[in-house]
Design a protein around this ligand. Structure first.
Ligand code: T4K
Length: 398
C-alpha cells in the first residue's frame, strides 16, 4: 500500500532536512585538538608547518611531485589557467559547476563549451575536437561526480593540436583511472576541499602537477609573486591556504578510507533501493576506476517513470529531502554565457538532456543507511503514484 506523499498532503517522511553536500567529518575531537595546536603555535598562515605537511600528503596521494594548497578550488583553477598561459579560447564542458567556466571568463578567456559522454558525464573527445579553432589554447575537463575524464583521448587531442590539458578535479580527490591517480593526469589538476566535498578543509583547494617550472610559477602566483622576503618576480594574487584549514585537512586525510567505505555502503543501498524502478536509474561507477563514491547521481526518464526530474525533486523536497538538480541548466544557460553564446546549446544535445534529467541524492556521513532507504521509498512511491495517473508533471501543476 503506497504511503500518502507529503506533496499530496501526507506527513513528511523526515522531520529534519536531509541535504546533499552534508560535510564528511569522522573525528571531531581530533580536529579540535589539531586546531588548538595551531592556535597555540602562533603561526596561522603563509605556508606554515600544517600547510607544508598537508601539501606533501596530497601530492603523495595524487602521485605527483608538487601540490600547492590554495584558499578554494576556484582560485586554484584561475591560477593554474594563468600559469599554464591559456589565452583566447579554452574548451570546457558546460555540464559542470559554473566555476569551471567562470575561472576562464574572469580572465577574459572565452570558455568554448563541448558536449559530454552521457555514460560518464565527462567531456566527449569527439565534441572537443570539433570545437578547436586557431584561437584555442587549452582543454579543461571536469572529472564530474568523481568520474574521471577519458584522459587518453584528450591527451591525444591536446598533443596533436599543441594545447595545454588541465582538469577540474574538484569532485575527484581519491579517485584513480586505470591505476593512475586523479591529480597525475593533466598538465595540472585542481582539487576542491570545500565543505561539501569528499575531503573538506572548510574551504580549500589544491593545484597539483608534476611539472617543476609550472609548480614554481603557481606557488609564486599564489603568494603575490614573492620569491623571498622582498623580491617580487611575478604578478600574483593571494590564494594561500591557512593553517587551520590545513590542520582540518590533515585530520580528515586520516579517515578517507572510512569515508569511502561509508559512501560506498550508501551507494549500494541506493542501488538496491532503486533497483528495477521504471525510468529512474543511477549513474554507475566504473569498475575499473577507484572512486570516492561521493556522489549518488540519478537520471529520470520521464516518459517511463511517469514523472519529470523536477516533479521528483519537488516531491522529495516536500518530504524534507533536499536533492539537488546538479548542474542544471548547464553553464551555457547561465550568465554571461547565455547572452554571449546564445546558440551554444545547439551543439550540446547530451548536456541539454542531462540538465533536464539528472539529480543528486543525499549521501555521505550525514545520511544514515535508514535515511537512504527512506529516500528510496519516497522515489518508489512517487513513481508508482505518477505512473498510476500517467501525467509526468501532475503534482507540480495541480
Ligand atoms: N569545480 C567544480 C566541478 C565544483 O563542483 C566546484 C564547487 C568548484 C569547481 C569550485 O570549488 P570551490 O571554489 O567551491 O572550492 C556548492 C559549493 O559551494 C561548491 O563548492 C561546489 N562545487 C558546488 C557543487 O556545491 P552550492 O551553491 O550548491 O552550495 P549550497 O550552499 O547550496 O550547499 C550545497 C549543499 O550542501 C546544500 O544541500 C547544503 C549542504 N551544505 C553546504 C555547506 C556549505 C552543508 O550541509 N553544510 C555546509 O557547510 O555550491
Amino acid at each position: 500500500m503506497t504511503r500518502r506523499l507529503a506533496i499530496d498532503g501526507g506527513m513528511p517522511l523526515f522531520d529534519e532536512p536531509r541535504h546533499v553536500g552534508g560535510p564528511n567529518i569522522v573525528d571531531i575531537p581530533a580536529v579540535l585538538e589539531r586546531i588548538e595546536g595551531v592556535l597555540r603555535s602562533g603561526w596561522l598562515s603563509n605556508r606554515g608547518p600544517e600547510v607544508q605537511a598537508f601539501e606533501a600528503r596530497v601530492a603523495d596521494l595524487a602521485g605527483v611531485a608538487h601540490c600547492i594548497a590554495v584558499t578554494n578550488g576556484t582560485i586554484g583553477l584561475e591560477i593554474a589557467i594563468r600559469a599554464l598561459g591559456m589565452t583566447g579560447e579554452v574548451i570546457v564542458p558546460s555540464w559542470t559547476f559554473v566555476a569551471t567556466a567562470h575561472a576562464l571568463q574572469w580572465q577574459q578567456i572565452t570558455p568554448v563549451f563541448a558536449d559530454v559522454d552521457p555514460s560518464t558525464h565527462t567531456l566527449d573527445p569527439v565534441s572537443v575536437e570539433r570545437m578547436i579553432t586557431p584561437r584555442t589554447t587549452g582543454i579543461i575537463g571536469t572529472h564530474l561526480f568523481g568520474r574521471p575524464c577519458d584522459d587518453d583521448a584528450l591527451r591525444d587531442i591536446a598533443d596533436r593540436h599543441g594545447l595545454s590539458l588541465m582538469y577540474d578535479a574538484a569532485h575527484a580527490f581519491g579517485v584513480a583511472r586505470g591505476g593512475r591517480p586523479v591529480g597525475s593526469l593533466g598538465d595540472a589538476e585542481v582539487f576542491s576541499f570545500h565543505a561539501t566535498k569528499f575531503l573538506n578543509t572548510f574551504e580549500g583547494g589544491a593545484v597539483v602537477t608534476d611539472d617543476d617550472d609550472l609548480a614554481h610559477r603557481i606557488r609564486l602566483m599564489t603568494n603575490f609573486g614573492f620569491e623571498g622576503k622582498d623580491n617580487v618576480t611575478y604578478v600574483g594574487t593571494n590564494g594561500k591556504m591557512n593553517e587551520v584549514c590545513a590542520a582540518m585537512g590533515l585530520v580528515q586525510l586520516d579517515s578517507i578510507e572510512q569515508t569511502v567505505a561509508a559512501n560506498y555502503e550508501r551507494y549500494l543501498a541506493y542501488e538496491r533501493g532503486l533497483a528495477g524502478l521504471p525510468g529512474v536509474h543511477l549513474l554507475p561507477y566504473d569498475d575499473d576506476a577507484r572512486s570516492n563514491f561521493q556522489y549518488v547521481i540519478a537520471e529520470v526518464d520521464d516518459a517511463v517513470a511517469g514523472l519529470t526530474r523536477d516533479a521528483l525533486v519537488a516531491t522529495l523536497e516536500a518530504e524534507n529531502v533536499l536533492a539537488r538538480r546538479y548542474f542544471h541548466p548547464g553553464a551555457h544557460r547561465m550568465e554571461p554565457y547565455r547572452s554571449l553564446q546564445p546558440h551554444a546549446g545547439l551543439l550540446l544535445p547530451e548536456t541539454e538532456r542531462l540538465a533536464a534529467a539528472t539529480l543528486a541524492l543525499p549521501t555521505g556521513l550525514t545520511m544514515s543507511l535508514s535515511d537512504v532507504d527512506g529516500v528510496c521509498s519516497i522515489v518508489a512511491d512517487a513513481v508508482s503514484a505518477h505512473r498510476a495517473i500517467g501525467r509526468p508533471d501532475a503534482r507540480l501543476t495541480a
